[in-house]
Write a protein that binds this ligand. Structure first.
Ligand SMILES: [Zn+2]
Ligand SMILES: [Zn+2]
Ligand SMILES: [Zn+2]
Ligand SMILES: [Zn+2]
Ligand SMILES: [Zn+2]
Length: 317
């Protein structure tokens, strides 16, 4: 303000009251009133109801709610609660980090379903598995008894299906996202003139096993020799996940056997197929997903599942 205008104002004081400049209300309805010339400054810098954008999740929130938002924002970076080296995990991904990745998370031995009670930090688990190979081998062995028994017969007739599943990580992702939950094997014959069957797998689990176990199912397809075969189907089916360890004597295959129960209710599964194929039977809980990540069950993004149908009492045509 120049000296002249100050003089001017002083001279007028007492004679005329200066009219107050017209005031406006905040367009954001925060309740503030001010001279119009302050409007822009108010709405961009002071107004408690102005919008600000969260730099982490891009959501727009009222300025007054910004702190509350930061305390709840799912993208806000937080340090790992287990104290691993990650310090900027989006808040909403902490749970997944602990469940799947955190090297300091305490996890049960992947062979726990087979009786190993050991628990330790994830980063030490691989060492535990390689330090105790005989213990784990014996745990796996107890599941493989039936396979051992039929081994000689297998030499005679050959294994019926060794299903090679390539592009494992892609197929697993498709199962996880729900894009393609189930994959099917090519059909195979249980013997030269035997039952025609097909295997299906849910790599990320089916139903209650989702996210925890691989689910394995088998179904009987309509085959050329059905007229000559005994019905209902009554043979045990053994699925073996093959450990692709380069030293065959060190392999720790995991087997799971299903014994069909030929009762009347199971006719849609075990009876002679009337349609193209019967309903599938099997198990939701075969190999735990965390076991899949160990040893060489997946190698070069490929897994092998051997399917063996028991020869006990089978009529070989
Ligand atoms: Zn305002
Ligand atoms: Zn946010
Ligand atoms: Zn962590
Ligand atoms: Zn263990
Ligand atoms: Zn057997």
């Amino acid at each position: 303000m120049s000296l002249r205008s100050v003089e001017c104002q002083l001279r007028h004081m007492g004679t005329t009251r200066p009219t107050p400049p017209p005031s406006v209300e905040c367009p954001n309805e925060c309740g503030a009133k001010f001279e119009k010339r302050f409007l822009e400054g108010h709405v961009t810098e002071d107004c408690t109801k102005r919008m600000v954008q969260c730099e982490f999740c891009d959501t727009c929130v009222f300025y007054k709610d910004e702190i509350a938002h930061m305390n709840a924002c799912k993208r806000f970076p937080v340090p790992c609660p287990n104290g691993c080296k990650l310090t900027d995990i989006p808040r909403g991904e902490v749970k997944e980090h602990i469940e799947n990745d955190c090297p300091k998370a305490k996890i049960p031995c992947p062979f726990s379903v087979m009786g190993c009670d050991y628990k330790c930090e994830r980063q030490r688990m691989q060492k535990h598995i390689s330090d105790e190979p005989t213990e784990h081998l014996s745990l796996v062995d107890s599941l493989s008894v039936c396979v051992q028994k039929v081994h000689d017969l297998e030499k005679l007739y050959g294994s019926q299906l060794v299903w090679k599943i390539d592009k494992y990580s892609e197929r697993f992702q498709e199962a996880k996202t729900g894009k393609k939950i189930t994959i099917f094997s090519p059909p195979f014959l249980t013997s030269r003139h035997g039952y025609k069957m097909a295997v299906s797998l849910c790599l990320n689990g089916d139903g209650k096993a989702k996210g925890h176990f691989v689910s394995v199912f088998i179904c009987i397809c309509r085959g050329e020799y059905d007229a000559l075969l005994p019905w209902p189907f009554s043979h045990r089916c053994t699925f073996t996940l093959i450990d692709q360890c380069q030293d065959p004597s060190a392999r720790r295959n995991i087997s799971y056997t299903i014994k069909p129960n030929a009762c009347k209710d199971n006719k849609p599964f075990l009876g002679r197929p009337v349609g193209e194929r019967n309903a599938s039977f099997g198990t939701q809980k075969s190999v735990p997903l965390n076991v899949m990540k160990t040893l060489d069950y997946i190698r070069d993004d490929t897994m092998f599942l051997k399917v063996h149908v028991d020869y006990d009492n089978m009529i070989l045509l």
